[in-house]
Design a protein around this ligand. Structure first.
Ligand SMILES: [Zn+2]
Ligand SMILES: [Zn+2]
Length: 257
């Protein structure tokens, strides 16, 4: 399996995961004008996508869904609560093919299987544990903390895509309103560089091939601080990158060459 971030920030989030037979998007927060060019820049078109999995209803994760579905009306997977929120907040030109996932229940999409688990954000939010052949990947963004069950389950991951949202030191000089900072720092907010690092260390990640830091705040973080923090907590030699904020990154298999 391989994966590639199409955009990763408070502005727009989407990551594509592909194996020999199946291609899924996790979230589609892209602007309408970006969907085809961003997919095209990683060698894909909307017609290549088999399904979209949605973590939660915030616009930076869902905004572009209606435009993608117009191009290719693929099934949209999430929990009943997340799908209900999406249906009430966004208008679609035709009713999406919503597919309900149950927490901790494995579902198959083509050659992949996926297990959703609950995260801690200010709306219902899930992360994913994904299997393809012998490989395993974890996806965790938009959470105030990493739940214990992820720490245990993620020990044997091959790939991890994890939020490293803000740098607590940088919040001292932030122009963000105090209530936004308080929310982001709280248990229903976002993972700081420090929390991300602690989670990486707790997981162990002894066989992990690549860790991608995601959803970095453009104002209150920067890649060098996030990478420096994560490196201190990873097994030496583990490949580590930041997903670029508003443009597609590179496929994981190319990063590992
Ligand atoms: Zn977000
Ligand atoms: Zn969010």
């Amino acid at each position: 399996m391989r994966f590639c971030s199409l955009s990763s920030s408070s502005y727009a989030n989407s990551v594509v995961i592909q194996d020999n037979r199946t291609c899924v998007l996790i979230d589609c927060g892209l602007r309408k004008r970006d969907i085809k060019p961003f997919l095209g820049s990683v060698g894909l078109s909307p017609g290549d996508i088999d399904a979209v999995l949605v973590t939660h209803s915030h616009a930076d994760h869902v905004y572009g869904l209606k435009f993608l579905l117009k191009e290719n009306n693929v099934p949209v997977y999430s929990t009943a609560g997340v799908l209900r929120e999406i249906n009430s907040r966004y208008s679609f030109s035709m009713q999406p093919n919503f597919q309900v996932m149950q927490l901790f229940e494995e579902i198959g999409i083509g050659s992949m299987s996926l297990i959703p688990f609950r995260l801690s954000h200010d709306v219902e939010t899930i992360g994913f544990f994904i299997k393809s052949g012998a490989e395993r990947m974890g996806v965790i963004t938009d959470t105030g903390f990493v739940p214990d069950n992820c720490i245990k389950a993620f020990e044997t991951l091959d790939y991890l895509y994890i939020e490293s949202n803000h740098d607590i030191e940088m919040y001292r000089y932030s122009s963000k309103p105090r209530h936004v900072i308080k929310r982001n720092l709280g248990p229903n907010g976002h993972l700081s560089n420090g929390q991300c690092g602690e989670a990486l260390e707790s997981m162990g990640l002894n066989k992990c091939k690549l860790v991608t830091l995601a959803h970095l705040s453009e104002d209150d973080n920067n890649p060098s601080r996030a990478l420096e923090s994560a490196t201190r907590h990873l097994v030496p030699g583990t490949a580590l990158v930041c997903a670029p904020s508003r443009v597609p990154g590179r496929w994981s298999d190319l990063l590992l060459k």
